[in-house]
Write a new protein. Structure first.
Length: 258
């Protein structure tokens, strides 16, 4: 099956995949331009691009970088190659860890902006479909076990709104090792600082810790659970779309000198 046939099949299955295409290379290798490798998420590539060594370089680049939008990157391999990395995306998925009072309006809003929402908590009274009718899946399990079993790389966003310090740590230890684009955690500045200090002492690098959006959300003066949910979703959209986190009126005034 050629690469385009694979893409068509994956699209029909609403599956996700990385797409690596050679867009330029050494003059003597013009015959490889446009060659494509399709890598279904969670699977090994079916085939290779050029040879196993070159393919391994593509996979290493993918694993070392977050995919936010299509990009061109360089590969040195008996010459200079430019490769285009795109992604066949299924409906974006958001994992909400914690099923408390903020999670309910948060799940509703994420569903409205077309996210497939998964809710997880270890309390049956909270983690159930009656409380979260908009969720695609509601999981009742300990956070520690859940984080080791879920395919976290499939989530575009991971939002940590658990009920306690310990559970935040259980979730963050694993989440920060994943490639999810957005990772956010609720909590006061003091609570966030103490958690980050603990994780740094455990050996998690500053680079990984810097990926965390915490305290979560934009500063819109939110107080109620619904308002906090709005601030979280607003920050998530701004992150995913490259927004500037500024009022549109302020941007307009700065452009027009008002």
């Amino acid at each position: 099956m050629d690469a385009f046939a694979k893409l068509q099949k994956l699209a029909q299955q609403a599956s996700a995949a990385d797409i690596m295409t050679i867009v330029s290379g050494p003059a003597e290798r013009e015959n490889v331009l446009g060659k494509m490798l399709v890598i279904p998420h969670g699977q090994e590539p079916d085939g290779q691009l050029l040879d196993p060594v070159f393919t391994a370089k593509l996979l290493a680049f993918r694993d070392a970088h977050e995919w936010i939008k299509p990009q061109v990157f360089q590969v040195e391999y008996h010459g200079n190659y430019q490769c285009f990395w795109d992604r066949l995306a299924m409906k974006p998925r958001a994992l909400i860890l914690g099923a408390g009072h903020i999670s309910q309006p948060l799940a509703e809003l994420l569903a409205v902006v077309d996210y497939e929402v998964v809710i997880a908590d270890d309390r049956p009274d909270f983690a159930n479909a009656l409380r979260f009718p908009q969720a695609a899946q509601v999981i009742c399990q300990s956070f520690e076990k859940l984080m080791l079993q879920l395919p976290l790389a499939e989530f575009s966003a991971i939002v940590i709104v658990t009920r306690g310090h310990r559970y935040d740590l259980d979730c963050l230890r694993v989440a920060l090792l994943q490639a999810s684009g957005y990772i956010g955690m609720i909590g006061s500045k003091r609570r966030v600082a103490s958690i980050l200090t603990l994780l740094q002492e455990e050996g998690i690098s500053r680079e990984r810790l810097s990926r965390l959006h915490a305290p979560i959300g934009l500063d819109i003066g939110a107080q109620s659970p619904a308002e906090i949910a709005v601030s979280i979703v607003a920050e998530l959209i701004a992150f995913m779309r490259g927004g500037k986190h500024l009022p549109l009126s302020e941007q307009w005034r700065s452009c027009h000198g008002s």
